[in-house]
Ligand binder design. Structure first.
Ligand code: DOR
Ligand code: ZN
Length: 427
């Protein structure tokens, strides 16, 4: 069957920006033209995209799907379904599962489950260290052969600078990207939220900005030492943004991501001991939020990822100190990011770079709208008004601090391999 996406504003930064028609055949883009393509026969689906934006598929570089091991929080199927509902055609799945993804067997399993689910693609991220224990490197060659593009000890920061150096050296040799969760554990361990006035008022232990930026600076130094590409995960502080900006000025092979909660909320969201506002790194001050927005605007921060981290009420419906870190993000990321465009921090073109083109470039995959390319694409309505309703999430996680928030815009169609895997119901 053919699909014709008609009269959408096609935005593929550096390639196309204009009102175009896209014809899809056998899972591939057959034509992109201003004129309506000529076709024969009736077996065609026409998607009227007037007023909508058509982009290369959105890619979320940082998600936690809890399979294998914690399927009561999320499965690969529910996570991939949530992804396409949020407009994502691909996600990078972090390795802190049980067993940890430090082997080709677990990588194969994840890929098999993703294929069986049939929604978004998964690019599994392998562990830097075996069992995420920070002691012995995983078998990078095996992981690479099995289909891994990046390695990370996300959630369990690599303490040893020597191990991190070796990880960067080996990763460079095998063409793998190192994604670093930057956290100096000794500085962070007695805290459960951002260090500052709100923590003092609530009587909660604080995590200083330096717990992140000290580690960011170390890993930048190690990336410069080894010449290995380094991607810094979930940037939350002004000092980290400054360090990354300076590193880029020096030509260091460093890229960075932040998540919608860091440019939308501040530590004020923790008031009332709201465990849905607890994540690692924590929500920071208004000054940090401004710095993150500026870092996105000036290109210091390349990527918007979600750090989608589903938890159940068992982990969240407890005292703040004991609650697990993390919030779900796949189904709120696009509207929250579109607000950056509405508020003038980013152009639509820049947003598409941060949610699609840059993640693809950084992990080393093709993602361009051109004839012959695989038809992974997202159709966005930037204008419809709605409210976040976590009860309707396809994710099994309900842990969002954004429930009830008024939002504007979102995905209306998601196509993976030329197949419509999500279509928003029209009222
Ligand atoms: O908030 C977080 N949740 N931060 C992490 O580093 C890990 C993640 C998780 O796996 O829940
Ligand atoms: Zn994470």
């Amino acid at each position: 069957m053919l699909i014709l996406i008609k009269s959408g504003r096609v935005i593929d930064p550096g390639n196309i920006d204009g009102i175009m028609n896209i014809l899809i055949k056998d899972g591939l883009i057959a034509e992109i033209t201003q004129a309506e393509p000529v076709f024969f026969g009736k077996d065609i689906r026409i998607i009227e995209a007037g007023g909508l934006i058509v982009t290369p598929g959105l890619i979320d570089m940082h998600v936690h799907l809890r399979e294998p091991g914690h399927e009561y929080k999320e499965t690969i199927e529910t996570g991939c379904r949530a992804a396409v509902h949020g407009g994502f055609t691909s996600v990078c799945a972090m390795p802190n599962t049980n067993p940890v993804n430090d082997s080709k067997e677990v990588t194969h399993f994840i890929l098999k489950q993703a294929e069986a689910a049939g929604y978004a693609r998964i690019y599994p991220v392998g562990a830097i260290s075996q069992g995420l224990e920070g002691k012995i490197l995983s078998e990078f060659f095996d992981l690479k052969e099995a289909g891994v593009k990046a390695v990370s000890d996300d959630g369990f920061p690599v303490r040893s600078s020597l191990l991190m150096r070796r990880a960067l050296e080996y990763a460079k040799g095998f063409g793998l990207l190192v994604i670093s969760h930057c956290e100096e554990m000794d500085l962070a361990k007695s805290g459960v939220m951002n260090e500052g006035e709100v923590a003092t008022r609530l009587g909660l232990g604080g995590i200083p900005n330096a717990a992140e930026s000290v580690a960011v600076m170390r890993d930048i130094a190690l990336s410069e030492l080894t010449g290995a590409p380094l991607h810094i995960a979930h940037v939350s502080t002004r000092e980290s943004v400054d360090a990354i900006r300076n590193a880029k000025k020096r030509g260091a092979p460093v890229t960075a991501e932040t998540a919608p909660h860091y440019f939308t909320l501040t530590h004020d969201a923790v008031h009332g001991y709201n465990t849905f506002a607890k994540m690692n790194p924590p929500l920071r001050s208004a000054e940090d939020r401004t710095a993150v927005r500026e870092g996105l605007a000036d290109g210091t921060i390349d990527v918007i990822a979600t750090d989608h981290a589903p938890h159940s009420s068992i982990e969240k419906d407890v005292e703040f100190e004991f609650a697990a870190n993390g919030i779900v993000g796949l189904e709120t990321s696009l509207p929250l990011s579109l607000k950056l465009v509405t508020d003038g921090f980013l152009s639509m073109d820049e947003l598409v770079k941060k949610m699609s083109k840059n993640p693809a470039r950084i992990i080393g995959i093709e993602n361009t709208l051109k004839p012959g390319a695989v038809a992974d694409l997202t159709i966005i309505d930037p204008d419809y008004h709605s409210k976040v309703n976590s009860a309707e999430f396809k994710s099994m996680g309900r842990n969002t601090p954004f429930d009830g928030m008024k939002i504007k815009g979102g995905a209306v169609f998601t196509l993976v391999r030329g197949k419509v895997v999500f279509e928003k119901e029209r009222p």
